[in-house]
Design a protein around this ligand. Structure first.
Ligand code: TXA
Ligand code: MG
Length: 335
C-alpha cells in the first residue's frame, strides 16, 4: 500500500478516505491515532491488521462534537456528564454502556463503548470533515511505544495505512486517561493527564482499578518480558527508583560493567560512561511528554540496556509510572 503524507492544511483527501473505509493516522494531544470509520466492520478490521493488534482489545471511538456522545452511549450518569463538561475536549476517555448499533468489532464484543473527544484542532477538523465517528488506537505497531512525532509513526506504519497527517508533536505524550463510567462512580482503568485528584473533585468515590494497583506492586514477575511488556523498545529497560544521589551512584556503578547502555535522566545528571544520555526533564509532565519519544530514540542509538531514573511525584506521576514500569517489564531497582 502506498502511504500519502499530508499536513493540517490539506485534510480533505484524508477525510474522504476515512469516510470511504480507509486508514488514516492523525495527531491528537496525547499520541498519534490510527483511525478508521467506527461503523465500518471491514475498515475497523484493517486497523487490527495494520497494527498487529490482538483482536480482543477494544478501540476508542473519537468524536468531534459534544452531542455525538449520545449517539454512542446508552446511559450517561450525572458524574460522567460533569466530567465531560469539565474535561472534554481533552485527554479523557469515558466508557459507557453502548447503543445497540455500535459494532462488535470496535468493542471486542463488550456491552460498553469507549468515547473520547480530543482537543487537538487537527484531529477535530479531520473527524468533522470525515462525517464519521473514528475508531482509533495509538498509531504504533502492537507492543511498541505509542508514537508522539511523525517520524516515529512513519517508522511503524509507512506502507500499512492510506494517509498519515503530519501534525506537530503531541503535547501530552502519553495516552488519555481511560475511565469506566458505566457504574456508580468513576474508575480509572488507565492513568493519564486527567488525574485521580481531578476526578475526585467531581466524584469523591473516584478510584483506580484495583487491577492497576496490584500490577504496580508486582516488582519482578517470574517471567519478566512475558506477560507485562508493553510500550517496549528493543533495549531492556531497568527503572532505577529512589533519591537522586542514590540513582546516580547505582547507575554509574552499573555502567562500569556495560559499555552499551543508555541512561534516561530525571532532574539532570551526567553519565560519562553511558553510550548516550537522554533527559526526561524535571517534572512528571515533562517526563510524560518525552517518555515514549526517548524510548524509541534509545533504539536508534543501538543500546542494549536503558537505565531510567525515576522518582514518583504528584500530577502525571501515576501515568508515567504505569507506562514506564510496563516498558521495563516491571524490572525495577529501588535504591
Ligand atoms: O490517547 C488515547 O487514548 C489514544 C489516542 C489515539 O486517542 N488512543 C489509545 O488507544 O491509546 P489504544 O487502543 O491504544 O488504547 C485504548 C485502551 C485500551 O487499553 C483498551 O483496552 C481500552 O482503552 N478500552 C477501549 N474500549 C474499552 C471498553 N469498552 N472497556 C474497557 N476498556 C476499553
Ligand atoms: Mg495503544
Amino acid at each position: 500500500m502506498k502511504t500519502v503524507t499530508v499536513d493540517k492544511n490539506n485534510l480533505e483527501g484524508a477525510a474522504v478516505c476515512l469516510r470511504n473505509g480507509g486508514l488514516v493516522v492523525f495527531p491528537t494531544e496525547t499520541v498519534y491515532g490510527l483511525g478508521a470509520d467506527a461503523s465500518n466492520p471491514q475498515a475497523v478490521e484493517n486497523i487490527y491488521k495494520a497494527k498487529g493488534r490482538p483482536s480482543d482489545n477494544p478501540l476508542i471511538v473519537h468524536i468531534a462534537n459534544f452531542d455525538d456522545v449520545y449517539k454512542l452511549a446508552r446511559e450517561i450518569p450525572d458524574f460522567a456528564a460533569e466530567l465531560m463538561e469539565r474535561y472534554w475536549p481533552g485527554p479523557l476517555t469515558l466508557i459507557f454502556k453502548k447503543q445497540p448499533h455500535v459494532i462488535d468489532r470496535v468493542t471486542a464484543g463488550l456491552d460498553t463503548v469507549a468515547v473520547r473527544y480530543p482537543s487537538n484542532p487537527i484531529a477535530n477538523e479531520l473527524i468533522r470533515r470525515s462525517g464519521v465517528f473514528v475508531a482509533a488506537p495509538s498509531a504504533n505497531l502492537s507492543g511498541s511505544p505509542s508514537p508522539t512525532v511523525y517520524r516515529h509513526v512513519k517508522a511503524d506504519l509507512d506502507g500499512r495505512v492510506d494517509y498519515i497527517v503530519n501534525g506537530e508533536g503531541c503535547e501530552i505524550g502519553l495516552e488519555s486517561t481511560v475511565v469506566d463510567a458505566s457504574g456508580d462512580f468513576p474508575v480509572i482503568l488507565r492513568p493519564g493527564a486527567i488525574t485521580l485528584e481531578m476526578l475526585s473533585k467531581v466524584h469523591p468515590g473516584a478510584c483506580m482499578d484495583p487491577a492497576l494497583l496490584d500490577s504496580d506492586k508486582v516488582e519482578k514477575p517470574k517471567c519478566p518480558g512475558m506477560k507485562y511488556i508493553h510500550y517496549s523498545p528493543k533495549a531492556d529497560v531497568i527503572v532505577v527508583c529512589g533519591e537522586k544521589q542514590n540513582r546516580t551512584e547505582y547507575i554509574s556503578s552499573q555502567l562500569k560493567a556495560n559499555s552499551n547502555a543508555g541512561v534516561m535522566t530525571f532532574c539532570g545528571g551526567e553519565y560519562p560512561d553511558a553510550k548516550c544520555t537522554l533527559s526526561a526533564g524535571n517534572t512528571m509532565q515533562e517526563y510524560g511528554h518525552i517518555l515514549f519519544y526517548n524510548l524509541r530514540e534509545f533504539d536508534g542509538h543501538g543500546v542494549d540496556t536503558v537505565y531510567a531514573e525515576f522518582e514518583i511525584q504528584d500530577g502525571m506521576g501515576d501515568a508515567v509510572k504505569n507506562r514506564l514500569y510496563k516498558s521495563a517489564g516491571f524490572n525495577i531497582v529501588n535504591v
